[in-house]
Design a protein around this ligand. Structure first.
Ligand SMILES: [Zn+2]
Length: 375
């Protein structure tokens, strides 16, 4: 049986060059023109392999790509994005460079390397005539870094049609795959009271800050570390002057949950908040916008398959649950099993030391290839 790690090891100069091409085309989410330029390159690459490429026209963000290969009643969705958080010009401060076995450059780790991995895995499957049991759909979106507002429905639509979803976001710091991700969102709690002169009319005032204080402590107390639920009042504001009883106050609350049940519990508690002070009123806005990606039985099964395939390459795969979200959260909301973190090993997403570890690249592509062909 072929050892794919050594096969990709030999292709490394070409793989690195491909990544360099992507990294040196900067793609901040809000620059449609720049994102579309890389989109055209990607479309061309996959079309040249014989894929059917749909460029989905979008007005505000870059055009996402839906790429289809092969036949089969069932499809596997391979999910990634090619926008980055880094503005145009970052390359000048953080140029493409290889140092101590690491490749540095904006977007290399998050997550252009993952797209390169997918490209070489597919190219090899085709060149070697490896049999596929499913149709493959690669979906590369362009607004992940700002919350996938324009592509969420497309991701869900594809996930719903798929038997599983492989997300090629970076692996965790230690190389582990991500089998669960917390969900979350922000709530805004607005309080209305009654303004009054703090000296002359104290009794006539309804102090919005006092009202808010009751809720701040209450909301914080809903945190349950054992269940993976956290609530953090991140900002508060209110009042205008010390001698005025404030009639307005507001808090923004960061919520993270690990299960849909907890998501529903917190939503319910937030909506049921009622005023403590007579005459005060509350408005609750926002909510949990990213559903949690739960570690379901289907995900567990997917991970076991990935682990056994990795073993054939001499790689010991681990799994981890993480707090940060990805488009895997949206995909998981459809009930389809999701395995995340199949991209590069490295560090520094969104930071200036962003890099991938070169020695891990051949093995990770090998695992992806084996997983795709074993499903
Ligand atoms: Zn990111």
């Amino acid at each position: 049986m072929e050892n794919w790690t050594s096969y990709f090891q030999e292709l490394m100069p070409e793989i690195v060059e491909e990544l360099r091409t992507y990294v040196e085309m900067e793609t901040p989410t809000h620059n449609k023109e720049a994102v579309d330029r890389l989109g055209s390159v990607l479309a061309e690459r996959f079309a040249a392999l014989g894929c059917r490429v749909d460029v989905i026209q979008q007005r505000e963000y870059g055009n996402p790509l839906r790429i289809e290969y092969g036949k089969g009643d069932e499809q596997i969705l391979i999910l990634g994005h090619f926008d980055t958080v880094k503005e145009i010009g970052t390359l000048q401060r953080e140029p493409w460079r290889i140092e101590d076995g690491r490749v540095y450059g904006p977007g290399a780790y998050d997550m252009k390397a993952g797209i390169v991995f997918s490209y070489f895995a597919l190219r090899t499957i085709i060149e070697k005539g490896l049999p596929l049991q499913n149709k493959l759909v690669f979906f590369w979106n362009t607004d992940e870094e700002t919350g996938s507002l324009a592509s969420e429905h497309l991701i869900k639509e594809e996930a719903r049609k798929s038997k599983c979803v492989l997300v090629i976001e970076p692996a965790a710091g230690n190389g582990a795959l991500k089998t669960s991700r917390k969900g979350g969102g922000d709530f805004i709690l607005k309080v209305r009271g009654q303004a009054a002169h703090a000296g002359n009319d104290h009794a006539k005032g309804i102090n919005a800050i006092e009202e808010l204080a009751h809720h701040v402590l209450n909301i914080q107390s809903w945190t349950d570390y054992a269940l993976g639920t956290t609530l953090s009042v991140g900002t508060i504001k209110g009042g205008s002057a010390s001698n005025v009883v404030p009639d307005e106050a507001e808090a923004v609350i960061d919520v993270r949950v690990q299960t849909i049940q907890e998501s529903e519990r917190i939503e319910r508690l937030m909506r049921q908040l009622s005023p403590v002070l007579p005459g005060a009123s509350l408005i609750v806005e926002g909510g949990i916008t990213k559903p949690p990606m739960e570690r379901t039985e289907g995900t567990e099964e997917l991970f076991r398959l990935a682990r056994s395939q990795a073993k054939l390459e001499g790689i010991e795969l681990k799994e981890i649950g993480v707090g940060g979200t990805s488009d895997g959260n949206f995909a998981a909301a459809t009930g389809t099993p999701v395995l995340d973190g199949l991209g590069p090993v490295g560090d520094g997403a969104h930071a200036s030391h962003e890099h991938i570890v070169l020695s891990e690249v051949p093995g990770r592509i090998a695992v992806l290839l084996r997983l795709i062909t074993a499903l």
